[in-house]
Ligand binder design. Structure first.
Ligand code: DON
Length: 569
């Protein structure tokens, strides 16, 4: 923990880096905005906007660029969710390109002979990878909404991979700290380290020729350049060498899916967010419906009452997550009940503002029967007011740390987001059961929560975050900070964050909360723990009073909000 200026800023997750921003003003622009976790990726998106592309075009360009510039989370070998508000029609859509369990996946595939979960197999082996969805998802977005040619949207990424990008401070630090794990895999070591495994220093050029070739195949052939032909062969060979399950059949069977976003209202604003297989959208709406019964604005940002209340609503929501959330194609998720105003009211009535509940006293709610039916986020808004929120992930930073030799990209370890065994938490301490059990073709439950807020039908802001289980609470706090506490986007992004996820029964706080507040929270019965790492990396864009705004989280270095050049003021 360091004291920087007036504010204490916690450590970046997984990274021994401290980063801060000394202003709380968003970046302003006149004709759109891109906020992502890497400056070069944001610029690639802003260039596409300046060239006449729309928000979806820019989002595709940002995503491919992040696969080059932010290899810890940007990806070809992972998946994500893209949430879109189309200004022409006023419609909201989302594209689910979450990884799918390969054809050969089975419920107990991570259990050893004694029936215990083999964590290494679930997280760092070839078996940890689901079938990547990113290329299919981005292509589907382009088919439905794209304005500029597909090839144009890969130009920046191809050039960045072919001719190199300066290694960012963030990447240099990450590569240093992950050297051991990354160099266990010869291809990964060769792609991301100098000869013999020496990490790059910040500012040095990282050239990724195999990745450039793969991107070119995708530019020329669309998804066939990934799921078929040479790239597919390289993936299948890699899997054969390492005993993985992603075979040719699984690759060809991959489908991105259009999903109807879930939506609701919060204090009169419309909140549109991701539906299952994300758990985030459902629980953000559930928590907002509960919060609506309390005078949050009056409590004040960062007050003991506010944090206590957020912890109590999160405790309830994450308990439900463990029981009811999973891939809707395989499990009947009781979405309508969970996001109903009635259920929010019921939950609100159980909250005692003077005392924290014990999580062991909280069980998932009882759904009415029968039921009718290291990640990164970026946000883009274009001059027409179309707005896109995308969260994409390999799961851990650098995924499984295994690269597809010859193809230049890292493979995800998203299979760990499934429940390997009921009662055994995953890497984020999350519990689950039947709803999120492993099955061939199923999508692991996600916490990724790309979210758009509309005021009178017009987009106000888009937001989202990485952070594993903390994504959902990070997004919730963003909404509360802006809507209840009247913060601008940058203030809302910068404000210290809390997290509670039911079990373990711990209230995690970033540094930056007042000691008086922490004392009151302890007196109310919370097991307060100062978080060892900072929470999330929120990237937000919006439009208000005729001006586009962007705010990039200072918690992870090299994030940037960029307005299209021609329009920058
Ligand atoms: O989809 C999920 O919920 C996780 N795989 C996200 C992982 C994540 O956010 C890691 N980044 N910090």
């Amino acid at each position: 923990m360091l004291l920087l200026g007036a504010r204490v800023v916690a450590q970046v997750p997984d990274t021994p880096i401290i980063r801060y921003q000394d202003t709380a003003h968003p970046v302003y622009g006149a004709a759109g905005m891109v906020a992502s976790q890497n400056l070069y990726a944001s610029k690639a998106g802003a260039d596409v906007l300046a060239a006449g592309g729309n928000a979806v075009d820019a989002a595709i360009a940002v995503s491919f660029s992040l696969a080059v510039t932010l290899p810890r989370a940007g990806n070809l070998g992972g998946g994500g969710f893209m949430l879109i508000h189309d200004s022409a029609t006023g419609e909201n859509t989302s594209i689910d390109y979450r990884e799918m369990a390969p054809v050969g996946a089975t419920r107990d595939m991570y259990l050893d002979k004694e029936g215990n979960v083999d964590r290494n197999r679930a997280m760092f082996s070839h078996l940890a990878s689901g079938v990547p969805g990113t290329v299919a998802g981005l292509y589907q977005a382009h088919q439905q909404f794209g304005r500029l040619p597909w090839k144009r949207l890969l130009e920046a990424a191809i050039a960045q991979a072919r001719y190199g990008v300066p290694v960012s401070f963030d990447l240099a630090e990450m590569l240093k700290s992950r050297q051991l794990r990354m160099c266990r895999n010869a291809a990964t070591c060769g792609y991301f380290y100098k000869d013999g495994g020496e990490p790059y220093a910040a500012g040095e050029l990282l050239v990724q020729s195999d990745l450039a070739d793969t991107l070119e195949r995708i530019a020329n052939e669309g998804p066939d350049g990934f799921y078929k032909g040479k790239t597919a062969e390289l993936i299948v060979d890699e899997m054969k060498r390492g005993g993985g399950l992603v075979d040719a059949e699984s690759l060809v069977a991959y489908r991105a899916v259009d999903r109807k976003p879930v939506s609701g209202t919060y204090r009169g604003y419309e909140v549109v967010t991701m539906s299952p297989p994300s758990s985030g959208g459902v629980h953000v709406l559930q928590m907002l419906n509960t919060l609506e019964h309390f005078p949050v604005a009056e409590f004040g940002a960062g007050s003991a009452d506010s944090i206590h209340l957020l912890a109590e609503v999160a405790r309830l929501a994450y308990a439900d997550r463990s029981e009811y959330l999973g891939d809707p194609d395989y499990y009947d998720v009781p979405v309508e009940w969970l996001i109903s105003k009635e259920y929010g009211k019921e939950l609100a009535a159980t909250i005692d503002m003077r005392k924290a509940r014990e999580s062991t006293d909280v069980a998932p709610g009882v759904a009415p029967q029968p039921e009718s039916p290291d990640t990164t986020h970026f946000s883009v808004i274009d001059a027409d007011g179309s707005i896109v929120a995308t969260t994409t992930t390999l799961n851990f930073s650098f995924g499984s740390a295994i690269s597809v030799a010859g193809a230049g990209f890292l493979l995800n370890n998203e299979m760990d987001d499934f429940v390997s065994k009921p009662g055994v938490p995953n890497a984020y301490g999350l519990l689950g059961g039947e709803a999120n059990a492993i099955a061939a073709g199923k999508r692991p439950l996600s916490s990724m929560t790309p979210t758009i807020v509309l005021a009178d039908g017009q987009p106000w802001f888009a937001t989202g975050s990485p952070g594993g289980s903390r994504i959902i609470t990070s997004v919730l706090q963003m909404l509360v900070n802006v809507i209840d506490h009247g913060m601008n986007l940058a203030e809302a992004v910068n404000a210290p964050r809390m997290h509670h996820q039911w079990l373990p029964d711990i209230l995690q706080l970033e540094s930056g909360f007042s000691p008086d507040t922490v004392k009151i929270l302890r007196e109310r019965g919370h097991a307060v723990q100062e978080s060892r790492s900072s929470m999330g990396s929120v990237q937000a864009v919006g439009f208000r009073d005729g001006v586009f705004r962007g705010a990039s989280d200072p918690r992870r270095p090299n994030a940037a909000s960029v307005a299209p050049a021609a329009a920058t003021q």
